[in-house]
Design a protein around this ligand. Structure first.
Ligand code: ZN
Length: 174
């Protein structure tokens, strides 16, 4: 009897723990212009403010690339224009170094190594994974998109830091 109760308690605890864990994380599948997967980015909330991106990508051109959250949860290839402009609930200009900036969706550059892989973490302090009624939630207005650009973001040129074409895209939804 005692063992059965313990077992039930353990099962309930496991279920509760798993549902908590899955609620706090969002997996974004990133695809290139041909629709081929280039890996995943796992989003989780960082303390009380901001979102951490746990990035594990492959088959990308080596070097630095702009990476941003865009306004629409749409990744229609090959140009990914359907994702719209950078996520910008505060009506600011582009760039972490722009005096009139920055978009909530702006972040530091992604670094891809010589073998085409990127394994790193980035943080965006201006967004959250809260319910869609919060204007800074990545789930507001039906979601957003994560986009990797062809070139490095110069962190100051409006509207996208001269980061060029959109080469990979992933939909951010619950
Ligand atoms: Zn921007």
């Amino acid at each position: 009897m005692k063992h059965t109760r313990l077992f039930v308690a353990a099962v309930l605890f496991t279920i509760a723990f798993c549902s908590l864990t899955s609620a706090a994380k969002t997996v974004v599948e990133m695809k290139d212009a041909q629709g081929k997967s280039v890996g995943t980015i796992i989003l989780s909330e960082s303390g009380t403010k901001g979102v951490v991106l746990d990035i594990k990508l492959h088959d990308l051109p080596p070097g630095k690339h702009g990476i941003h959250f865009h306004q629409n949860a749409k990744c229609d290839g090959p140009d990914f224009k359907s994702a719209g402009p950078h996520f910008n609930p505060d009506g600011k200009k582009h760039g972490l170094e722009n005096p009139e900036g920055h978009h909530a969706g702006d972040m530091m550059n992604l670094s891809v190594s010589g073998d085409g892989k990127a394994t790193m973490k980035l943080t965006d302090n201006d967004v959250n994974l809260g319910d869609g009624s919060d204007s800074h939630s990545l789930f507001s207005n039906g979601g957003t998109a994560l986009i990797v650009h062809a070139k490095e973001d110069d962190m100051k040129t409006d509207p996208s830091g001269n980061s060029g074409d959109r080469i990979a895209c992933g939909v951010v939804t619950k």
